[in-house]
Design a protein around this ligand. Structure first.
Ligand SMILES: Cc1cc2nc3c(=O)[nH]c(=O)nc-3n(C[C@H](O)[C@H](O)[C@H](O)COP(=O)(O)OP(=O)(O)OC[C@H]3O[C@@H](n4cnc5c(N)ncnc54)[C@H](O)[C@@H]3O)c2cc1C
Length: 100
């Protein structure tokens, strides 16, 4: 299985994941796993951050990722091994792991 790993679930990460999922669907491909790695499966609505209570301005993404077969991994990347094609990250529980 080929791997596409996207770091971050902001506008760029979300749009990348949805764009890849759409292209794979259009081409009938089921041999590629899309993974999004980010601290939270939510999109923070930065354009509205001048308003009060900005902590509530986050759209949940897990159901959307599930609907388009995108795997979400909760964690924070800290190392990109370009030669080895792996990303080191710290998961939400503090443990260390890597993703291809
Ligand atoms: C106050 C404010 C108002 C704005 N208003 C507008 C506007 O009106 N119109 C407009 O077009 N743009 C606006 N912008 C700009 C717009 O919000 C940004 O251009 C956009 O959010 C950038 O998207 P991004 O995906 O690159 O980054 P972000 O949206 O910042 O997303 C980054 C993602 O990466 C994750 N991440 C960070 N570090 C790691 C790590 N080590 N490992 C894994 N994941 C990580 C974060 O958790 C997040 O999910 C505004 C920005 C701000 C701050």
């Amino acid at each position: 299985m080929k791997q596409i790993l996207i770091l971050g679930a902001g506008f760029a990460g979300l749009w990348s994941a949805l764009g890849v999922a759409r292209q794979l669907d259009l081409h009938g491909r089921d041999d590629v796993q899309i993974t999004v790695l980010a601290p939270q499966a939510e999109l923070h609505i930065r354009p509205r951050f001048y308003e009060p209570d900005v902590h509530q301005m986050a759209a949940p993404l897990q159901a959307l990722f599930d609907a388009v077969n995108v795997r979400f991994v909760q964690g924070t990347a800290h190392h990109i091994d370009e030669a080895g094609q792996r990303v080191g990250y710290r998961s939400a529980d503090g443990s260390e792991a890597t993703l291809a």
